[in-house]
Design a protein around this ligand. Structure first.
Ligand SMILES: [Zn+2]
Length: 357
């Protein structure tokens, strides 16, 4: 792996914001700040052609974020009114947050994968039902009632999601972004979210990787209560797909640009294999356990005590995703829960008990 966004990396190490950069002719990266996040900023991409100007992942919806985005557009010789299209790699608020405000100013179309549109519409028209389902999922994970009440989605969260821009354009795998004059192709990479997209431009030999492949951190792969497909299996398959673009420069949505996608994919695959081994070892030690019990025993970069609030929920979902993956592979087993009871996982595989490693 070779870092190509050297100014971005220096800024990362110096805890400052990287500069707006022209990465290719008519392609700029713009750091848009994320409030109170260790990720610090989203790298928004501005891509122009004779036929228009597309913003990929406008960033988190704050006034500072809007100023950063408009400043980036100005640096590229444009203004928000010139934007003709918005593409989001996925609908998390650090990517899709500003789409509503940007669209209101310029009337641009908003494009995403159909599965992301489904995630947004799952929140529509649901009142107490969504929180009730979410509490039931936390209970199946074995989260105690008081902790679950603090972790379940709130009306405020749901209202924020409902306010997010619905798509005008759906991009399936292989579809071209409607930007005449450039061939920017959607690559469907489910895992981090069910409809995550990367964007490939053959002529510029680049892959916008969104959150799918980042140079330093591993994106959260969490069990999504409403996902159709187990997310870790989907993610591992999508990683293999990204490795096929090894000649391309990776333009991620966080941190810094780099070369060497196949190398980075190998590291991420190894990371998840280690995570799976860790879960099996924990199970062998604990005996039958819930997702919640296993989550607390897993290693977290800042330690479990520092995993609070939304991060705690993401941790439970990540443990759940690894457990589900191991159970699907027959490496551990799971007892289906009685109504209102948690699922219990054991290290017993079909081939007999697995010894601690
Ligand atoms: Zn992100």
């Amino acid at each position: 792996m070779r870092v190509t966004g050297t100014a971005q990396r220096e800024a990362w190490l110096a805890h400052t914001s990287p500069p707006v950069e022209q990465v290719r002719p008519d392609l700029w990266s713009v750091p848009v700040p994320i409030p109170d996040s260790p990720l610090r900023y989203t790298l928004t991409y501005l891509i122009a052609a004779g036929g228009g100007l597309v913003v990929v992942d406008p960033g988190w919806d704050t006034e500072a974020g809007w100023q950063a985005l408009t400043g980036g557009l100005n640096a590229a010789g444009a203004s928000p009114a010139d934007v003709t299209g918005i593409v989001v790699t996925h609908v998390h608020p650090d990517h899709h947050g500003l789409s509503t405000r940007l669209r209101a100013v310029c009337g641009a179309w908003v494009a995403m994968h159909p599965a992301e549109a489904d995630s947004l519409s799952a929140f529509q028209g649901q009142d107490g039902g969504f929180r009730r389902d979410d509490l039931a999922w936390l209970r199946r994970c074995g989260v105690p009632g008081d902790a679950a009440a603090g972790l379940a989605v709130t009306e405020g969260t749901m209202a924020a999601v409902r306010a997010m821009a619905k798509p005008d354009v759906l991009l399936g795998h292989g579809d071209l972004v409607p930007l005449p004059g450039r061939r920017l192709r959607a690559v469907w990479t489910p895992g981090h979210t069910p409809g995550h997209l990367c964007l490939h431009e053959e002529a510029g030999d680049l892959l916008l990787t969104g959150d799918h492949v980042l140079p330093r951190i591993s994106p959260n792969i969490g069990l999504q209560p409403h996902a159709a497909e187990p997310p870790l299996a989907a993610y591992l398959r999508s990683l293999e797909q990204a490795a096929a673009y090894d000649t391309a420069e990776a333009l991620p949505a966080h941190e810094y640009r780099f070369h060497g996608l196949a190398d980075r994919v190998r590291m991420l695959l190894a990371h998840h294999e280690r995570r799976c081994d860790e879960v099996i070892a924990i199970l062998a030690q604990l005996g039958p356990a819930t997702v919640w019990q296993i989550t607390q025993e897993m290693s977290w970069s800042r330690g479990w005590a520092a995993v609070t609030g939304f991060m705690r929920r993401a941790a439970i979902a990540e443990a759940g995703a690894h457990l589900r993956h191991l159970a699907d592979a027959g490496r551990i087993s799971v007892t289906p829960p009685a109504p209102g009871e948690p699922e219990m996982y054991t290290a017993e595989a079909d081939g007999g008990p697995i010894l601690p490693v």
